[in-house]
Design a binder for this molecule. Structure first.
Ligand code: F6P
Length: 324
């Protein structure tokens, strides 16, 4: 039985809307439980360079509505080395931190898992990534906001697509996961989604486009996941050009990561933030807090990182059916 007195919180990897709501929930739950809280700036990088700042309840006032992360984030190469991790551990000890909440995606949890093993250090993870690609949770913080940003953008693109009778390929994020493309397409009424999990040949796409044009439609919008597997929107556009089409490409890029989090993301982040501190107090370690069927679950880092989170193929069929 250990007596936890001070917890650290950090955000790492790509920022996601709702991370601030999670930082707020972690800070206030810890204080409510008479723990000290220390924010570690710039993720694992700040742990190595000792950018550690004590937080009070007012440190997290007025942040729930903001995108990004007030404690900054980074992708840290040094933390992949044993020397970097040792330095990080020394700073944790020096700062009197005896438990850590890390907010991020699979890269963040991969680092956390190795670190927790090496130094027998209690770490709990909060899934914060727009990609929704973590196994063991139905959704991740930031995904809902990014999805809504995509829908808003595609609604606007549709005005031009329809007025000029054009074919648009809209590239969305997701690294190697197709959730944003598939569900973004469903929600915006796009004709198709090209995602890494399901092979779509250009011939098949051509069929879909022809089908769309042939019927009552004068324009088409196809969402494409950025990925080496799909070739991205530019790759597909080049192949379609060879077949005589004139597609227009829009790459949504980092607008998908920004903006005020939706109510769903704020609520999710608040629930998971509270559960993360509760888990640390309950002597849980090396787990990610997830949400399945609206219930909080504990998922070992190992599973969250390594197991594949499949897309629901049925939703792909629904998209096809509704695009006729
Ligand atoms: O993991 C979130 C994400 O936005 C991915 O969808 C994307 O592939 C990647 O991060 C981009 O990272 P960066 O902002 O470092 O270029």
């Amino acid at each position: 039985m250990y007596n936890m007195k001070c917890i650290g919180v950090l955000t790492s990897g790509g920022d996601a809307p709702g991370m601030n709501a999670a930082i707020r929930a972690v800070t206030r739950t810890a204080i409510f439980n008479n723990l000290q809280v220390k924010a570690i700036y710039r993720g694992y990088k700040g742990l190595i360079t000792n950018e550690i700042v004590p937080f009070q309840t007012e440190s997290v006032s007025n942040i729930i509505q903001h995108g990004g992360t007030i404690i900054k984030t980074a992708r840290c190469v040094e933390f992949r080395t044993p020397e970097g991790r040792k330095q990080a551990y020394d700073n944790l000890v020096k700062g009197g931190i005896d438990g850590l909440v890390v907010i991020g995606g699979d890269g963040t949890f991969t680092g956390a898992r190795i670190f927790a093993q090496e130094f027998n250090f209690p770490i709990v993870g909060i899934p914060g990534t727009i990609d929704n690609d973590l196994y063991g949770t139905d959704t991740t913080i930031g995904y809902d906001t990014a999805l809504n940003t995509i829908v808003e953008a595609v609604d606007k693109i549709r005005d031009t697509a329809s007025s000029h009778e054009r074919l648009f390929l809209v590239e969305v994020m997701g690294r190697d996961a197709g959730f944003l493309a598939l569900y973004g397409a469903l929600a915006s009424g796009a004709e198709a989604a090209i995602i890494p999990e399901i092979v779509t040949e250009v011939d098949q796409l051509e069929q879909l486009i022809q089908h769309g044009f042939r019927k009552s439609k004068n324009s088409s919008i196809v969402l494409v996941s950025e990925s080496e597997i799909t070739g991205g929107a530019m790759g597909i556009a080049n192949r379609l050009k060879e077949k005589g089409y004139n597609p227009h490409v829009t790459i949504l890029g980092h607008i998908q990561r920004g903006g005020s989090p939706t109510a769903n993301d704020r609520i999710l982040a608040s629930r998971i933030g509270v559960a993360a501190v509760d888990a640390l107090l309950d002597e849980q370690r090396s787990i990610m807090i997830g949400i399945v069927n609206n219930e909080i679950v504990h998922v070992p880092f190992n599973k969250a990182i390594k197991d594949e989170k499949p897309v629901d193929k049925y939703m792909f069929d629904v998209l096809r059916l509704l695009s006729i």
